[in-house]
Design a protein around this ligand. Structure first.
Ligand SMILES: [Zn+2]
Length: 292
């Protein structure tokens, strides 16, 4: 199962988080049947969202939303304190030829637009408070740089973010996925920052390291080099959605008696697909009759 760690280094002035998200991205790609370039983009957003939400408290929820004018149109990912993440893209089949470096043109399918982070607390127990919403323009479109820019501009936390998805052209398509986020808190030593920047610049590409079986802790080491660090928590993470047959029934019921009668008359049933996870719920005549 995929894992996420978070911890600290340099006397608490540096916060670190790392995740292996291969199974999560596999599941997202399987559910949404995304094109290769969209798979890379969605995988990076899911992983970045997990890293940004690594220290959420119970009942907290964090959502990252990209709204853009590129072919993918938009990407949404949402994570909770238990490490369940779900997400979708507006146009799963968007595709472009590889870029000049022969890589997936994630920047190309994203285009220009806005990057939003929404933090909500207490939503699951009805203690719904006003969500905190931060936003920045998309400055790169390669996703990792956009997370770093958001952290620097909106939360005043200079950060280094590495995100990677490795794909092959046959099932299970996704062979490796993961990421590292290093956040410099107030008081972080300039010297330490330089060492980290230097280490990251010289590090091998994270997907090749993950493909060779690296753990999240080893990803941290890849970014921090000789700097000591302490892992405060390790947790399992997965692609999971809170939709259910019961929820589908109650949503259809909420359309009202007339609408349900029309469904019975015309279709002898109803179908509903969850936007977040693409799960299809099929209600038969009996299910609809019970609502009347
Ligand atoms: Zn769902």
């Amino acid at each position: 199962m995929d894992k996420l760690v978070h911890g600290t280094a340099a006397d608490g002035t540096v916060r670190i988080m790392a995740a292996i998200s291969t199974d999560i991205v596999k599941e997202a790609v399987r559910r949404h049947e995304t094109s290769p370039t969209v798979s890379a983009a969605l995988g990076r957003v899911l992983t970045g969202t997990l890293l940004l939400g690594s220290s959420l408290k119970d009942f907290d929820r964090l959502t990252v939303k990209i709204e853009s004018d590129g072919a993918v149109k938009g990407i949404v990912a949402e994570v909770n304190a238990e490490g369940s993440v779900r997400g979708y893209v507006k146009n799963p089949h968007a595709e472009l030829p590889p870029n000049d470096d022969g890589k997936f043109d994630v920047k190309g399918i994203i285009g220009e637009g806005m990057f939003y982070v929404i933090r909500e607390s207490g939503y699951e127990i009805g203690l719904h408070r006003e969500p905190y919403v931060g936003s920045v323009p998309i400055i790169s479109g390669e996703i990792a740089e956009d997370f770093a820019y958001y952290l620097a501009k909106s939360e005043q936390i200079p950060s280094a973010v590495l995100l990677g998805v490795l794909l092959q052209n046959q099932e299970p398509f996704v062979t490796a996925s993961g990421g590292v986020m290093i956040q410099m808190m107030p008081g972080a030593n300039e010297h330490i920052i330089t060492i980290i920047e230097d280490t990251i610049r010289r590090a091998p590409h994270i997907t090749s390291v993950i493909n060779n079986g690296a753990t999240p802790k080893e990803l941290v080491k890849l970014a921090l080099g000789e700097i000591d660090f302490e892992i405060l928590e390790e947790k399992e993470i997965e692609f999971a959605c809170n939709c259910s047959f019961e929820r589908a029934v109650s949503l259809i019921g909420a359309l009202g008696r007339q609408e349900v009668e029309a469904m019975l008359e015309e279709d002898k049933g109803a179908k509903m697909t969850c936007g977040f996870c693409n799960e299809l719920y099929t209600l038969d005549e009996n299910d609809l009759r019970k609502m009347l």
